[in-house]
Design a protein around this ligand. Sequence first.
Ligand code: THU
Length: 131
Amino acid sequence: MGAPQELLEAAKEAFENAYVPYSHFRVGAALRTARGTVVKGANVENTSFGLTRCAEQSAIQAMVTLGERDFEELVVYTESEPPSSPCGACRQVLAEFSPNALVHMVNRNGVTVTTTVSELLPGAFRLEPSA
Ligand code: THU
């Protein structure tokens, strides 16, 4: 299954805006919310490396800031061969909102791998408050 063109273009725009002076590894993400809004995210690195924010997490933060809670599809665009998949931390952040969402991993050659958030992170942590 191919990635939707509109989301792919948005992910490429975010890719161009990535701030990556340390790794030089750009990641662009774009998601479509349940209301149909396209939201972008880029990775933003920091001189204190542990403060780096992944592209997928940037997109989720932007989505919530816009007042939305659900997304239906996400494109992650890199120049990797094969296309990069979301890191473990990103998988948990994505699962917080939309476990059933489609995730399309795409590279510059157009190679596309499509899966879902729950396939990427089976058994995601859920907080079950004790009585
Ligand atoms: N990165 C992401 O943006 N998403 C991921 O899922 C994995 C890694 C970024 C973080 C860092 O800026 C660069 O890729 C290299 O790890």
